[in-house]
Design a protein around this ligand. Structure first.
Ligand SMILES: [Zn+2]
Length: 314
């Protein structure tokens, strides 16, 4: 049933942008499933969709928008699984939520007016770690903090044919050393990436005069993140703190591996959040039609979500 529902959401459109007609259609579909599960449907000022029973202090859900190249599981899995868990707990006072526009902000969860005691989110890992461990589920201990910025290297433009090698001041050679340096510095509790590079004048026959490279550094440990930013000595454009996650899933899955989420999620913005990852197959590919979790792994995840919700509402 969960896999069929994910297929129905995907059939609306692969790209369901935040606040688009496609996202609206997905919310409408989910609203129908919420009613079937015995939940009262409502929408807040930010357009977030709720299916509530009683006076809920405990929420579960995720988002239904997607990126242009999106797959079937990112976001939608968390909403569909929460509706299924609510159906399995027909007496429990709880709420299922579909946040608006996660991929662009996240805009819905940031604008949340009402705050729960606990928010549980099930999400596809979007990475290869659980598959490499041979584990179906992983308990997320924290969402990594991020630091983004850039670094500029200045050299001198010269003729690529007439300037001897020992007379050059090549900005791209400096930048290349920096890219390797970034790779060497990251790794112990951190990740860092140079994902964008701008070369001036960017001509085949001119020694590069100026190069600007982006830097994206992440860690679940604020001190490690700050130390890395200092070591890489780049121009910081913005920085977010790591967000520790709650232990609602850890209580149900004491032996599941613990991991850090390198990607942002709605759970960052909702107090009392706990996040559970489901193994990504196909090498962890995400934001892509090949994104995949198995029906078996999803069944285990829904069992865990149901147990965690039952424990919190009892
Ligand atoms: Zn997502």
């Amino acid at each position: 049933m969960i896999v069929e529902r994910l297929e129905q959401i995907y059939a609306i459109a692969q790209h369901r942008a935040g606040y688009s007609a496609e996202e609206d259609a997905a919310h409408e579909l989910a609203a129908g499933w919420m009613r079937e599960a015995g939940l009262d449907v409502s929408v807040d000022d930010a357009g977030n969709l709720f299916g509530k029973r009683g006076a809920p202090r405990v929420w579960a859900g995720s988002h239904l928008d997607s990126v242009p190249t999106g797959g079937r599981f990112d976001g939608a899995l968390g909403v569909v699984a929460a509706i299924e868990a609510a159906a399995r707990l027909p007496e429990a006072p709880l709420a299922v939520v579909a946040f608006r526009a996660e991929e662009t902000g996240p805009m819905g969860s940031k604008r949340l007016a009402e705050l729960p005691d606990a928010y549980l989110e099930l999400h596809i890992e979007q990475g290869p770690v659980l598959a490499s461990l041979g584990e179906p589920l992983g308990v997320v201990t924290a969402i990594a903090g991020q630091a983004r910025g850039f670094r500029v290297f200045e050299g001198r433009a010269d003729h690529a044919g007439t300037t001897p090698m020992d007379r050059r001041d090549d900005a791209l050679v400096q930048a290349a050393k920096f890219v390797l340096h970034v790779r060497e510095c990251a790794g112990e509790g951190t990740v860092a990436t140079v994902g964008s590079i701008e070369v001036e004048p960017n001509a085949t026959n001119v020694v590069p005069a100026k190069v600007t490279v982006s830097v994206d550094a992440r860690s679940a440990d604020a001190k490690l993140l700050d130390a890395l930013v200092e070591e890489l000595d780049f121009e910081l454009q913005w920085r977010s703190d790591p967000v520790p996650m709650g232990d609602a899933f850890a209580a149900i899955l004491p032996d599941a591996p613990r991991l850090v989420s390198g990607a942002g999620h709605d759970a960052m913005f909702v107090p009392g959040s706990s996040l559970l990852f489901v193994r990504s197959l196909n090498g962890g590919v995400s934001h892509h039609p090949d994104e995949l979790s198995s029906a078996e792994d999803i069944a285990l995840a829904v069992d865990a979500l149901t147990a965690a919700l039952a424990r919190l509402v009892s």
